[in-house]
Design a binder for this molecule. Structure first.
Ligand SMILES: Nc1ncnc2c1ncn2[C@@H]1O[C@H](COP(=O)(O)OP(=O)(O)O)[C@@H](O)[C@H]1O
Ligand SMILES: [Mg+2]
Length: 157
């Protein structure tokens, strides 16, 4: 977390996968070219599940594999190209550029699992989503990002 105090901050309870799907649709609705969604949390927290929900809401109908080994997967959606990164196996922070983050953000948006691995190389205007495991089917998401995200998430949910 960048230690930012101002901006958009919201905690969202995700009591089941449907709630995670709904969160994905909301994030998809607010996503525009040049934006990064940083998905952090332990293994099994739901980062890939949320990425799938975002992609599904953007119209991706194909299988969305976890990019654990490929490190990045590309999807053409009707609105904008999406690059889904999983940086768990990133060896050096600077490798993120070889993976094409700059190129991705020039034309589309990036969903980034394990953003910590890129250190400070992620854009500072990313939407950070930190997921916590609450119970077997229950998760909690803490969102932080630029203020424009507030319009996507009405106060009472
Ligand atoms: N509310 C929930 N939101 C997201 N995933 C959930 C939820 N409840 C259960 N799960 C399960 O937790 C697992 C999350 O795995 P995954 O998305 O691959 O996590 P990560 O990418 O963070 O390692 C999946 O098996 C998913 O079905
Ligand atoms: Mg994952």
């Amino acid at each position: 977390m960048k230690g930012k105090i101002e901006g958009f901050v919201r905690e969202i309870a995700l009591p089941d996968e449907l709630a995670t799907k709904r969160l994905g649709a909301q994030i998809a609705a607010g996503l525009t070219t040049g934006e990064t969604v940083a998905l952090s949390g332990d293994l099994g927290a739901g980062k890939t599940t949320l990425a799938r929900a975002i992609l599904g809401a953007l119209g991706v109908r194909e299988m969305v594999p976890s990019p654990t080994f490929t490190l990045v997967q590309h999807y053409d959606t009707p609105g904008l190209p999406i690059y889904h990164f999983d940086l768990y196996r990133l060896e050096a922070e600077s490798d993120i550029e070889q993976l094409g983050l700059g190129h991705a953000l020039a034309s589309g948006a990036a969903l980034v699992e394990w953003p910590e691995r890129a250190g400070s190389r992620l854009p500072s205007d990313a939407l950070y989503v930190e997921m916590d495991i609450v119970g077997e089917n229950s998760r909690r998401a803490l969102l932080r990002g630029p203020t424009h995200w507030a319009s996507v998430f009405p106060e009472a949910q």
